[in-house]
Design a protein around this ligand. Structure first.
Ligand SMILES: *Cc1c(COP(=O)(O)O)cnc(C)c1O
Length: 370
């Protein structure tokens, strides 16, 4: 069977009775929408983060979009983020009517180069959206200072960073609000779509609850626009509640796989392994390595029945859908160079050791043979 970068079936086998019990619990509860499982998950997810307020939504894209709207972002505003991210970060910013503005990333860890942010701030800038990409946090101290100095709001895109931390502070607790995705592949993933926004500001949380519920505060009466129907599904919420109890175990399993890859691949010429930035605990949502002959490596690995992924092959600013933003090719040189060299090795908590060894062995063969 082809080795894939992500698979949930082994985990499902192990967790089956708990997951099916979650399904039964919801179906027998008598409440299929915004019931006890959603409110329970929201409380438990906030508690995992040391308190605060959580609103469940239908996916991570809408978590970013509604999170920004709850913070007051809208048409005419500019929002600073990166182009080396999952496109939904930028789709969500665009969806608020605001204009995405990109800064480049750092060569060492592929994360937002916070030193470039000050120069990107204009009188229209309203928000900063750092993306804790691949499983580790952006350097948040300088961003917090810039946000305070310029009166900007700070939304963390935590879709890839459940359980990560930065100088001892958890991802999702360092901005004015944080957006999470529970897409199945994520470090905390459901069995379908899901998302959430975490904040310590009760006004932002009230805004979130209204925004996800048509702009209503009580049934049938819209108090403000925009409004959306972006509720977290009761079934996904109950599954996520069960899986949240195992989140620290998932993270530990991912870190153990990363250690094993580092041990097995650390000496290979030309292959750069992921670097953890100072103060970070990395949760390895994806294990992204870099090699100047990436495309040949991926091609040759097919003979070993290993399918690798690239996160992400096209920087967002080079996509035709964002051509109107006016970023020429060459405008974000580090982002563009890395997009041609990075690839991701299989990474998920239940990845068997023999598959890890197969990947290590195949990569050693292929790179020795280049
Ligand atoms: C997955 C992801 C999203 C979008 O989440 P969905 O649940 O797929 O809508 C947003 N930002 C980042 C960085 C992501 O990885």
């Amino acid at each position: 069977m082809t080795t894939r970068v992500w698979d949930y079936l082994l985990e499902y086998e192990k967790e089956k009775s708990d997951l099916l019990d979650a399904v039964t619990t919801v179906f027998e509860s008598g409440h299929l929408v915004l019931g006890q499982s959603v409110s329970g998950f929201e409380a438990e997810f906030a508690e995992y983060h040391g308190g605060g307020l959580c609103t469940g939504v239908d996916n991570g894209t809408n978590a970013v979009k509604l999170g920004l709207q709850a913070l007051g972002v809208g048409p005419g505003d500019e929002v600073i983020t990166v182009s080396n991210t999952a496109a939904p970060t930028v789709v969500a910013i665009d969806g608020t009517g605001a204009t995405p503005v990109f800064v480049d990333i750092r060569e060492e860890d592929f994360l937002m180069d916070v030193e470039q942010v000050a120069a990107a701030i204009t009188p229209r800038t309203k928000a900063l959206v750092p993306v804790h990409l691949y499983g580790q946090c952006v350097d948040m101290g300088p961003l917090r200072r810039l946000a305070d100095e310029h009166g900007l709001v700070l939304l963390e895109d935590c879709a890839q960073a459940h359980g990560a931390s930065h100088h001892g502070r958890q991802a999702g607790t360092m901005g004015d609000a944080a957006a999470f995705s529970f897409y199945p592949t994520k470090v905390l993933g459901g069995y379908g779509d899901g998302g959430a926004v975490l904040t310590r500001d009760s006004t932002v949380d009230e805004n979130m609850r209204r925004l996800r519920y048509y702009g209503m505060e009580k049934q049938y009466y819209v108090v403000a626009t925009p409004g959306h129907n972006c509720r977290l599904d009761e079934l996904q919420a109950e599954i996520l509640r069960r899986k949240l109890r195992r989140l620290d175990d998932y993270v530990a399993a991912r870190q153990a796989i990363a250690d094993r890859y580092a041990e097995g691949l650390g000496d290979l010429a030309g292959l750069r392994l992921p670097a953890t930035a100072p103060g970070n605990e990395h949760v390895y949502y994806v294990y992204v390595v870099r090699h100047p002959r990436r495309d040949e490596i991926i091609e040759r690995l097919k003979a070993y029945d290993i399918a690798l992924n690239i996160s992400y092959p096209w920087p967002v600013h080079t996509m035709t859908g964002f051509a109107h933003l006016g970023y020429a090719t060459g405008s974000l040189p580090v982002t563009e160079r890395l997009a041609g060299e990075i690839f991701s090795l299989p990474m998920y908590p239940s990845l068997p050791e023999h598959t890890q060894d197969k990947v290590i062995g195949a990569l050693r063969d292929v790179i020795a043979d280049l």
